[in-house]
Design a protein around this ligand. Structure first.
Ligand SMILES: CC(C)(COP(=O)(O)OP(=O)(O)OC[C@H]1O[C@@H](n2cnc3c(N)ncnc32)[C@H](O)[C@@H]1OP(=O)(O)O)[C@@H](O)C(=O)NCCC(=O)NCCS
Length: 320
């Protein structure tokens, strides 16, 4: 049976590491390190420098993923980028990354599903690889949320960061690979987490708006449902899961999901304390962290889950 095997993961984080205290000072925010850490688990975030972009960070993450996989850029025939902060409306950030890497074969496009973007992109890549449209794909999450944050809104701007993560996914015969993906959206909740304005309306990039409490209410119930859906589809139980790699929005949501699955904390990959919420980049960055620390072993069951603007939510289950 042909499966899409996640061969490796790589990441890139901008050099500017900003602590909660430094963020408050820099933007004149009426907040505190204690408030941010208690409510979200976030201690710091990385912010992109003026010359950095979604594509430059995505290309850097992709280079690390390729190097770790021992895969040459010439073997890549699909580049799929999940982002809500593309360099420009078009061309897709994926083609800019494709060019930066020297990839000339196959196709490249972007996917937008906010913080669920990487799970969506991985699902699309999996379907296309299994259908024979490509053999070896780069699936990337890359974000520059610092450019769409309202730095006067302390309720949202303290929660996000910039960065990029990438995985190499190859069509291979065997047991290892993506077992299933499960995607959902409910546009009736679009207004609780969205960007106000944009290239097709106000002409600018727009600003992020979030009703934090509303989003929080949906998170654990929808994530639990989509995790159970993945287990049921594969005839597996919660105790079969080896690793949880959740979207890194908030430590309280992550801990609640770890507890629901009965996983000890060391089996839940956590980066939110260091990276904050990097939206579509958060899961591949967390995977890059885990791969760098050689956490996943052959045969391990790795569960990814995310929820974000849309609302969108989804899961992916893979055998390493
Ligand atoms: C955003 C979030 C941390 C806020 O925590 P909360 O306990 O719900 O707090 P509230 O928004 O109700 O605000 C409580 C108080 O803190 C204040 N507050 C908000 N942001 C603050 C900050 N950065 N520093 C200090 N005080 C702050 C509010 O003004 C409010 O004050 P008031 O009671 O005097 O009006 C929480 O709702 C959350 O994590 N939501 C999910 C967000 C998320 O994960 N989004 C991404 C999904 S992909």
């Amino acid at each position: 049976m042909i499966r899409s095997r996640i061969v490796s993961a790589g990441g890139y984080l901008p050099a500017d590491v900003v602590s909660n205290d430094e963020l408050a000072r820099r933007y004149g925010l009426d907040t505190s390190d204690e408030w941010i850490r208690e409510r979200s688990g976030i201690s710091q975030r990385h912010l992109a420098a003026p010359g950095e972009s979604c594509s430059s960070m995505g290309a850097a993450a992709a280079r690390q993923a390729l190097e770790r996989a021992g895969v040459a850029a010439g073997e890549i025939d699909a580049v799929i980028v999940a982002t809500a902060t593309p360099d420009s409306s078009f061309p897709a950030t994926a083609v800019r990354i494709q060019a930066a890497l020297g990839v000339t074969r196959g196709f490249a496009f972007d996917v937008t599903a906010a913080c669920t973007g990487f799970v969506y992109a991985l699902s699309v890549a999996d379907a296309m690889l299994r259908a024979g449209h490509a053999r070896c794909a780069l699936v990337i999450g890359a974000e520059t949320y610092s450019r769409i944050l309202d730095w006067t809104d302390r309720g949202s701007c303290v929660l996000f960061g910039d960065g990029a993560g990438a995985v190499v996914v190859r069509a291979e015969e065997g047991e290892a690979g993506i077992l299933s993906t499960h995607l959902h959206a409910d546009g009736s909740y679009a207004d609780i987490l969205h960007v106000e304005g944009g290239p097709g309306t106000t002409g600018g990039a727009g600003l992020l708006r979030m009703a934090g409490r509303e989003v929080f209410k949906h998170a654990v119930t929808k994530l639990t449902a989509v995790v159970d859906e993945a287990l049921l589809a594969n005839g597996l139980r919660r105790e079969d899961i080896s690793w949880l790699v959740p979207h890194q929005a908030n430590i309280r949501i992550i801990d609640a999901m770890g507890k629901k699955l009965g996983l000890p904390p060391e089996r839940v990959v956590v980066t939110v304390d260091r990276h904050a919420n990097t939206s579509a980049a958060s899961i591949p960055l967390a995977m890059a962290d885990a791969v760098g620390a050689e956490k996943f072993r052959p045969g391990d069951l790795v569960l990814l889950e995310a929820i974000g603007g849309g609302l969108t939510w989804g899961s992916a289950l893979a055998r390493w």
